[in-house]
Design a protein around this ligand. Structure first.
Ligand code: INI
Length: 154
């Protein structure tokens, strides 16, 4: 039986972190977690680029352009959609999920999802390094593994 899987060794990988500014109290912590995870997995600091966009809705468009450069092995989307008093939450959440998934399927590199969709700021902060881990770090580690399994297949 032949098993193809990605290691968590990120040495030599080039990575991009695409982060939304909206809810920056949360997204900056997702960015810190993602950058730390890449470093701990051996990705050189000089091989990590950060791109910022206004909000989560804009993430897919920036992701698509970053992927199209062909410069990266792993690209991570970071954002925080937090429910407010209107249905806007549902629309933004749905579109960003579809958009990131579409870019990921068309990409020749790893694209992972570090976008929180939460009912409250407290929930979001808990998942950005407070009580429930850091989803930015999780998405970065997944990007290393995904980049390596894609390399193993190619
Ligand atoms: O990143 C977010 N953008 C949000 N809206 C802005 C959106 O992403 C776009 O930047 C904006 O609509 C301009 O296109 C959010 N809400 O409105 O709820 C949110 O919670 N998170």
């Amino acid at each position: 039986m032949n098993v193809y899987e990605g290691s968590l060794v990120g040495t030599g990988l080039k990575a991009a972190l695409v982060v939304a500014r909206f809810n920056s109290l949360v997204t900056e912590q997702l960015l810190v977690g993602a950058a730390d995870a890449l470093r701990r997995h051996g990705v050189a600091d000089g091989d990590v680029d950060v791109f910022r966009c206004p909000g989560t809705f804009e993430l897919p468009a920036v992701l698509r352009r970053v992927v199209a450069t062909g410069r990266y092995d792993a690209v991570v989307a970071l954002g925080a959609v937090i429910r407010g008093g209107t249905p806007h939450f549902e629309y933004v959440s749905a579109e960003v999920t579809k958009g990131v998934a579409h870019v990921a399927m068309e990409a020749g590199c790893a694209v992972t999802m570090g976008v929180l969709t939460c009912d409250s700021m407290e929930q979001a902060l808990e998942r950005a390094g407070v009580k429930a881990g850091n989803k930015g770090a999780d998405a970065a580690a997944a990007a290393v593994e995904q980049a390596n399994v894609l390399r193993a297949i190619a």
